[in-house]
Design a protein around this ligand. Structure first.
Ligand SMILES: [Zn+2]
Length: 272
């Protein structure tokens, strides 16, 4: 990516971040921030092997979806990546669907690289990471970074172990040898334990399985249920978010028909 393009992306990420609530160094709750900007975010446990997220424009609304069956730190990264598409690319394209490939650092698609870079700048701006390392990681100056330090950074910025390593390498805080060493330490002690030792947020490494659907999309959930794309318990949970029961919406419910579409229905429904 060209330096001038990178600078433009950093600038846009910084503008967005400036209006968000920051705990000390990291964004407190990116989901809440989307609400206040007016972007509609759907969180839905679609299963581990399903797509990770999408961003789309419907009329003037931006709708973002994240799969809450993925680890929370990954789900937050997906959200940041989708915000990147919304901020950088929605003038030319109306929708993006993301999976493990599009979110990977090795993806060669320009727009995917840009969205990934935006996500890194939004979640872990260079100066905030530097400041955190300077003020909070006291031992680091003498002995170099340990896996516990990485877990502390994870917790503050709500990102995965891998993302911390990638970001530290790309801003020149560690070299590839140090990165590999830290990655090995991660394999020896599980990240969950590291997070606990660091007094951090152990939920980052687990799927949240959160089901959060803006009220206006409840009918799409019912549509999915009617087409056999989601089980009854998912429908019950979604309705429960709004203190509704199946009886309350019984006039809209059919006996489910077997169908192998799920996300496609949701997207298709949204784009009607
Ligand atoms: Zn993407």
């Amino acid at each position: 990516m060209l330096d001038i393009k990178k600078r433009d992306i950093r600038k846009k990420a910084d503008q967005i971040r400036r209006n968000m609530r920051i705990s000390n160094y990291g964004i407190m709750n990116l989901y809440k921030e989307c609400e206040s900007v007016g972007w509609k975010v759907i969180r839905y446990p679609l299963g581990e092997n399903a797509d990770l997220g999408f961003a789309m424009k419907k009329d003037k609304d931006i709708i973002i979806f994240t799969n809450s069956s993925s680890r929370l730190s990954r789900e937050i990264f997906t959200l940041a990546h989708e915000i990147g598409h919304a901020v950088l690319h929605m003038d030319k394209m109306n929708s993006f669907i993301d999976n493990g490939l599009t979110l990977s650092d090795h993806n060669t698609d320009e727009r995917e690289q840009e969205a990934n870079y935006f996500a890194a700048c939004l979640l872990m701006p260079e100066e905030s990471v530097e400041k955190f390392m300077d003020i909070e990681l006291l031992e680091e100056k003498q002995q170099g970074l340990t896996a516990i330090d990485i877990a502390k950074i994870m917790s503050e910025f709500n990102v995965s172990f891998e993302m911390v390593l990638n970001r530290l390498e790309s801003i020149g805080k560690i070299n590839s040898v140090e990165k590999a060493q830290l990655d090995n330490q991660k394999n020896e002690i599980r990240v969950r334990n590291l997070l606990k030792s660091a007094g951090g947020n152990a939920t980052l490494n687990e799927p949240s399985n959160v089901l959060d659907i803006p009220y206006e999309y409840i009918e799409y959930v019912i549509y999915n249920y009617n087409h056999g794309a989601i089980p009854k318990e998912t429908l019950v949970k979604a309705l429960d978010c709004y203190k509704l029961t199946i009886d309350d919406v019984s006039d809209k419910i059919n006996e489910p028909v077997e169908d192998d579409t799920d996300l496609d229905d949701l997207i298709g429904g949204l784009s009607d």
